[in-house]
Design a protein around this ligand. Structure first.
Ligand code: TRP
Length: 355
């Protein structure tokens, strides 16, 4: 651990405080070209594309190229999600970090854990507020994209002296289990964007239960959720005029070509986004433009597509207060505070474990 070694050095505290600590990056995932990784991806693809209707697991959007495209989505005029959430954070960050306290004694620093940090631009509001409050802070981002994590960790280390950074290239469960076993409380776990919305209601409830199961009494979860709104606004946000979202969706086909030696012709498919208020979500599909068949050697399958047949690649849930109450109850949380924008488009909520 370079960070603690640095602190034990016999020099003046002042010097230490003004020099940025180097971020530590821990790798808990199999490298992308490892056999384990390719086999897991191949098995997921085989299962999803053998089903009717066809699906693909959304976790696989975020390879390095997908993470880069998603950052571009966040800056699109139609994608109101990032801007709206950022405006709420800008205004209320100091209130959101009140559970964190300056560490006195040998317990270690207060800790902010972030799930799916990506470029961590919005997180800066929380980090600045927490540092102002506590003086020092450990920031522990978890992300499946090593490149996104390394880049943002480097930038944050330069921007925020006083911030210790340990990034985990990991899935949420493995990353959190490791972190929660080592970091001292209180810990603030943040899950921003509308990432929770990509899970089914059942999947979201399982994920939240897993998180809650690792939290202690003084820990808090800060959760971002996008709210139900008019269909045209939602459909534009998920099918922008510049085609970035389409490229993001189609990147899944390129990824299967790259990693599984598949022969998808991405120009044989089209991106489609539909709001299904009855299901509380926007659904993203890839529509086959003709009858075609595709070989996916690493998954040992050939897949036939009829013209107009779709692969359901992702859903993004748009919550009502009722849906949020259902999730909170099922996963065993109590709400402490919540913040929203003046139009009620996006909601950030601070939860603690019930009981
Ligand atoms: N978490 C983002 C969201 O639901 C992911 C996302 C944005 C996305 N645009 C997309 C996923 C288009 C698939 C296709 O808002």
């Amino acid at each position: 651990m370079s960070v603690s070694a640095f602190h034990e050095a016999p020099s003046q505290g002042l010097l230490i405080d003004s020099s940025p600590s180097l971020p530590n990056i821990m790798h808990l995932l199999e490298p992308r070209n490892s056999r384990e990784h390719v086999e897991a991806f191949a098995a997921a693809v085989r299962a999803g594309l053998s089903r009717e209707p066809k699906t693909l697991p959304f976790e696989y959007f975020y390879d390095d190229e997908g993470s880069r495209l998603f950052e571009a989505i966040c800056k699109l005029p139609e994608y109101y999600v990032t801007r709206t959430e950022d405006a709420i954070l800008r205004r209320h960050a100091p209130d959101m970090v009140k559970c964190l306290r300056r560490a006195d004694g040998p317990l270690g620093e207060p800790t902010l854990v972030e799930l799916g940090s990506g470029s961590a631009v919005k997180t800066r509001r929380l980090l600045a507020a927490a540092l102002k409050r506590c003086g020092r802070l450990d920031y522990v981002p978890i992300d499946v994209s090593a490149s996104a994590l390394e880049e943002s960790a480097g930038q944050l280390a330069r921007k925020f002296p006083g911030l210790g950074i340990t990034g985990y290239v990991a899935d949420y469960r493995r990353g959190l289990e490791r972190i929660m076993a080592t970091a001292a409380g209180p810990r603030l776990i943040v899950f921003l964007g509308s990432s929770l919305g990509n899970y089914t209601m059942e999947g979201a409830s399982d994920l939240l239960s897993m998180i809650g199961g690792l939290m202690g009494e003084s820990d808090r979860l800060l959760l971002g959720t996008d709210m139900a709104k008019d269909a045209p606004l939602l459909e534009a946000a998920y099918d922008d005029s510049m085609g970035v979202t389409a490229a993001f969706n189609l990147n899944l086909l390129h990824r299967m070509n790259r990693e599984l030696a598949a022969d998808f012709r991405p120009d044989g498919f089209r991106h489609r986004a539909v709001y299904r208020p009855d299901r509380g979500r926007v659904e993203m599909h890839l529509v086959s433009l003709r009858d075609q068949s595709v070989q996916i050697p690493a998954a040992r399958i050939a897949v036939r597509f009829r013209e107009g047949e779709t692969i359901h690649t992702e859903s993004s849930h748009k919550y009502t207060l009722g849906m949020l109450a259902e999730l909170r109850g099922a996963a065993g949380f109590v709400e402490e505070s919540a913040w929203t924008d003046h139009r009620g488009w996006f909601r950030l909520q601070l939860w603690r474990r019930a009981g």
